[in-house]
Design a protein around this ligand. Structure first.
Ligand code: HEM
Ligand SMILES: [Ca+2]
Length: 331
């Protein structure tokens, strides 16, 4: 770098200097994220307070809602980036992501996001994207349930459309029946490391899953504590189509507290999803599970860093996309 600078300053042509500066500018624009933590500090100073109080009230009405909002952000980011696409509702002429296999009868919290959006529109109309609201609401959910905080990067814009087939494409949203190597490669395809994947999976310290999602795990797999399997079988019949919607907590110990019990459960072979237990199954991620089970503060800081990374996946910025008026439909 230093030699590049000196060769440019020794050049006699001023136009070549201009070109050189332009190249340097493009280089830096290309390497730094377009998002920033102070994006709305002038245009919507009340944004954080508005969202935080709505999230707190939603979570106090139903603690699971914190988990549901966090998962919405994950499912948004994994399909065409964090662009609010998952929030678009189906109409008679449009089929978005909400009926995709991993989402249908499972994603929840759309009403809460729409309510937050209307409060945000009251204080600063036409300014804040739904994609950014989702990013802030998931951070506030984690904080409200006792987890770490982080500065959310902002400046995302909303997609004008969404694609059912993109959300259904095999491997886009990870399946609970995936092996460790599949999980690593799915996250890797989006620029997230195995370490990020293990930290982000700690989200399963809160929230619930349907019998449909964990049936094969509790009837047909090894690496499962037998009394845990029996307990879960009691509310999840072994035959497909029976009790599919019955719920169980992803973390059997503290399903409404954001803590490191998820990792302790894995060590005790009490992961609810097959994909959860894969993270502690004699493979390359075992040591990270052990570390998080002993050091919650390390889990918290890795989780926060990985959430920021996930939030950086292919945002729409500049004049791309739009700022939706309502999160459920394009303007
Ligand atoms: C590693 C791959 C992952 C797989 C295979 C996976 C799969 C699942 C499944 C199957 C459920 C239950 C859905 C149902 O039965 O209705 C679930 C719930 C949940 N997931 Fe994941 N997930 C993964 C990673 C993540 C990540 C990265 C996050 C967030 C950053 C996340 C957050 C959640 C939350 C909070 C819930 C509970 C939602 C609620 O109670 O409404 N998951 N996940
Ligand atoms: Ca998306």
């Amino acid at each position: 770098m230093a030699s590049l600078f000196s060769s440019s300053s020794s050049s006699s042509s001023s136009s070549s200097n201009v070109i050189f500066m332009f190249v340097i500018l493009v280089f830096f624009m290309g390497t730094s994220s377009a998002l920033s933590t102070n994006f709305y500090s002038k245009t919507c100073p009340k944004l954080f307070n508005t969202i935080q109080s709505e999230v707190e009230s939603a979570v106090s009405k139903e603690e699971r809602m914190g988990a549901s909002l966090l998962r919405l952000f994950f499912h948004d980011c994994f399909v065409n980036g964090c662009d609010g696409s998952v929030l678009l509702e189906d109409t008679s002429s449009f089929k978005g992501e909400q009926t995709a296999g991993p989402n249908v009868n499972s994603l929840r919290g759309f009403g809460v996001i729409e309510k937050i959006k209307s409060k945000v529109e009251d204080v600063c109309p036409g300014v804040v994207s739904c994609a950014d609201i989702l990013a802030i609401a998931s951070r506030d959910s984690v904080v409200t349930l006792g987890g770490p905080s982080w500065d959310v990067k902002l400046g995302r814009r909303d997609s004008k459309t969404a694609s059912l087939s993109d959300a259904n494409r095999t491997g886009t949203l990870p399946s609970p029946f995936s092996s460790l190597s599949t999980l690593v490669s799915r996250f890797g395809a989006l620029g997230l490391s195995a370490k990020d994947m293990v930290a982000l999976s700690g989200s399963h310290t809160i929230g619930k899953a349907r019998c449909f999602s964990f049936r094969p795990r509790i009837y047909n797999t090894s690496l499962i504590d037998s009394s845990f399997a029996k307990t879960r079988q009691a509310n999840c019949p072994g035959t497909r189509g029976n009790g599919d919607k019955n719920l169980a907590p992803l973390d059997l110990q503290s399903p409404t507290a954001f803590d490191n019990n998820y990792y302790k459960n894995l060590i005790n072979q009490k992961g609810l999803l097959f994909s959860d237990q894969q993270l502690y199954s004699g493979g390359s991620t075992d040591s990270q599970i052990e570390k998080y089970s002993k050091k919650p503060e390390t889990f918290f800081s890795d989780f926060a860093a990985a959430m920021i990374k996930m939030g950086d996946i292919s945002p729409l910025t500049g004049s791309n996309g739009e700022i939706r008026k309502k999160c459920g439909k394009p303007n």
